[in-house]
Design a protein around this ligand. Structure first.
Ligand code: ZN
Length: 212
């Protein structure tokens, strides 16, 4: 027959075991949503695989245009955030989609207000696409470069801008979280300026004269 003391210790042991189960479970749950993205963004990112394109937000839709005009937030690098790379891959698939064939894209264009862009590097061999996290233009060269621009979010519109600097100095993080600084020139510099504008809710049509 169990004495009340034995029963008491048994009760404590079961309690300790149960609470350790619960605390382990809590940590696991927290780890699985440890991400720079919101729950809704994670749902969207996880709804397809890396080669699945995302819907491109268009200025012609009132709802889309409200989001396109907002400022994006910095991306935090969190340990085990599998969604950062997953989102980057889907954003890449979207800019490479045969229907768009863009030379650059910014996260707000798929409805995610986070500082991530892809730029095609026409200043490098074989013109690779590269991903930039939290890109910032730290200085603008004085010389301007007139350039025809278009935008995946503004279909059927191409126009010449004259306010882009020919040379800019940028700082950014790579997908691996390495901070870098570099100078970019020419057409590639215009793509950077166009995509970084998106992170501030600015569209290339804002730079056109006589544009309403
Ligand atoms: Zn654009």
């Amino acid at each position: 027959m169990m004495t009340s003391i034995t029963r008491f210790f048994l009760f404590i042991a079961v309690l300790a075991w149960c609470s350790s189960c619960f605390s382990t479970k809590k940590i696991t749950n927290r780890a699985s949503i440890h991400s720079t993205f919101t729950t809704d963004q994670i749902k969207m990112i996880s709804a397809g695989d890396s080669s699945d394109i995302l819907r491109v937000f268009k200025i012609s839709s009132y709802q889309d245009s409200i989001l396109l005009r907002q400022k994006s937030e910095p991306i935090e690098f969190l340990d085990g955030d599998i969604y950062l790379r997953a989102f980057a891959q889907r954003l890449y698939a979207t800019v490479r989609d045969s229907a768009s064939m863009g030379v650059g894209i910014a996260a707000p264009q798929v409805g995610v207000l986070k500082n991530m862009i892809w730029v095609q590097r026409f200043d490098k061999d074989e013109f690779p696409f590269e991903c930039y996290i939290n890109p910032v233009i730290v200085s603008y060269g004085e010389e301007k470069i007139p350039c025809p621009e278009g935008c995946l979010s503004i279909p059927d519109k191409q126009a010449m801008t004259t306010i882009r600097s020919k040379q800019i100095e940028i700082e950014y993080d790579t997908l691996d979280g390495v901070h870098k600084k570099e100078t970019v020139e020419g057409f590639t510099s215009v793509i950077f300026q166009h995509e970084i504008d998106h992170l501030h809710g600015i569209l290339f049509i804002d730079h056109l004269e006589n544009e309403q």
